[in-house]
Ligand binder design. Structure first.
Ligand SMILES: Cc1cc2nc3c(=O)[nH]c(=O)nc-3n(C[C@H](O)[C@H](O)[C@H](O)COP(=O)(O)OP(=O)(O)OC[C@H]3O[C@@H](n4cnc5c(N)ncnc54)[C@H](O)[C@@H]3O)c2cc1C
Length: 396
């Protein structure tokens, strides 16, 4: 066994940037211009062709180890893929979950589960895109969730409701968090929750109903209702009752990856804003010659670069197997805010045309607002920083 990694051994230099992967992702994305996304949104449809193109190129299996048919790339490569998708004006929200949900199966699933599912997920034969955690009445207070899994012979029966379960109508499998021991019967409220790999195809119409949830962005959100859906006991991931820990384990990767999408958005907005500010002439001068137009764009750019550095550090620590919760949370805060400030600058720079659908600014502006709410809202990130990094009292 080699020596344990030490923080001073991790290089925080710009690190690998995966230029070939970035080029290739950009080439794929060029086939899916703004008109494609606008047309989908008008129909609230799923970007099937876009997801297929990414799957065929192997990018959604970037993090699946080679022995299971994936590319076995580091987290930083997956982050670069997602960043480029968003910097190209596309949206990875349709398919990003596959990258980080899969990690729970990889880290905590047993050998049979991994052999059965991972190669099919890597090839695209099985879509693992749905992640059922959030519930309507308990919100961010996850340990209070009410969905129950009751053991009956060699199955669990699921009762309860999830909300905001993205892509459930476009996924074959759902990673589901449910309570297996009532909260008043456990020592710690984080105990007694379990993770299941639920086969949506087997359960729909048999105790599982999925309804679209129309929303501000085309994120294929749904409400999911369970009334006795049967999940084979062999689809329990890891040990019963330890599911909360397994979900927490995946959160740093999720935060880093989603933050890189925000970074990509920030880059798209900045590039659009700069181009428009340079070419739009009002009062006989390019509008970008006015500091009132130029400075917000410059400020957002500086924030974007700072977020990028923090996320590179987070990814380097993650890859070295070192704790990275602080950096993942800081990166999430910085990237989501940089994207929003870039969006605001881009919208304002475009004036009235920022509202015209054909410019895509209003669509991306709506889309990038989400990063301050999901997968975790800014206040909860600030609570983490206050409590875990700065040592102030827990606020909730
Ligand atoms: C488009 C979309 C897609 C989503 N996809 C998924 C998905 O696929 N799977 C899934 O499980 N979930 C999904 N979500 C849910 C998302 O993760 C949650 O909406 C998010 O975590 C916030 O939880 P909440 O909506 O329950 O807000 P709440 O927990 O009700 O909080 C509401 C507000 O109060 C603030 N707040 C709450 N408590 C505190 C406190 N103690 N201190 C300070 N502020 C506080 C929060 O920051 C937030 O701003 C999605 C949401 C959206 C909008």
């Amino acid at each position: 066994m080699g020596a344990a990694p030490r923080i001073e051994d991790v290089s925080f230099a710009l690190g690998e940037d995966f230029p070939e992967i970035r080029d290739s992702v950009r080439r794929i994305c060029a086939q899916f211009p703004g008109a494609y996304w606008r047309e989908l949104e008008a129909r609230e449809a799923y970007p099937t062709e876009f997801v297929r193109a990414l799957t065929e190129a192997g990018y959604l299996a970037a993090l699946i180890p080679e022995e299971y048919g994936g590319a076995g790339l580091p987290l930083r490569a997956a982050a670069a893929i997602l960043e480029e998708i968003h910097a190209s004006g596309c949206n990875a929200g349709a398919c990003h979950a596959q990258m980080y949900i899969m990690g729970t199966l990889l880290r905590h699933g047993n050998a049979r589960q991994k052999t059965q599912y991972l190669p099919q997920i890597a090839s695209g034969a099985l879509r693992l895109q749905a992640f059922g955690v959030t519930e309507p009445t308990t919100g961010t207070d996850t340990t209070k969730l009410k969905t129950r899994a009751v053991r009956q012979g060699d199955h669990y029966l699921i009762y309860g409701q999830k909300v905001w379960t993205s892509r459930a109508l476009h996924s074959d499998l759902m990673l589901l968090l449910a309570r297996t021991t009532p909260v008043d019967q456990v020592k710690k409220k984080t105990d007694g929750l379990s993770v299941f790999l639920l086969d949506i195809r087997d359960c729909r119409g048999k105790g599982l109903e999925i309804k679209p949830l129309p929303a501000m962005v085309n994120h294929n959100a749904t409400e999911v209702f369970f009334d006795g859906a049967r999940v084979p006991a062999e689809n329990l991931i890891g040990e019963e009752g330890r599911g909360f820990k397994y979900i927490l384990d995946g959160m740093n990767a999720e935060r880093i990856l989603v933050s890189c999408e925000a970074l990509g958005d920030a880059r798209w907005f900045t590039q659009k804003a700069v181009a428009y500010a340079t070419e739009r002439v009002v009062f006989d001068r390019p509008i970008g010659q006015n500091q009132g137009v130029q400075f917000p764009i410059a400020r957002a750019y500086a924030e974007t670069q700072a977020a990028d550095l923090m996320l590179r550090k987070a990814a380097a620590l993650f890859q070295a197997g070192l704790p990275c919760g602080d950096e993942a949370n800081l990166g999430k805060l910085l990237a989501s805010e940089a994207a929003w400030h870039a969006a605001e600058a881009c919208m304002q720079t475009h004036g009235g045309f920022g509202y015209a659908r054909e410019y895509d600014v209003e669509r991306k502006w709506r889309e990038t607002r989400l990063f301050q709410i999901a997968p975790i809202s800014t206040n909860l990130v600030l609570s983490y920083i206050g409590e875990h990094i700065l040592g102030m009292p827990r606020s909730y």
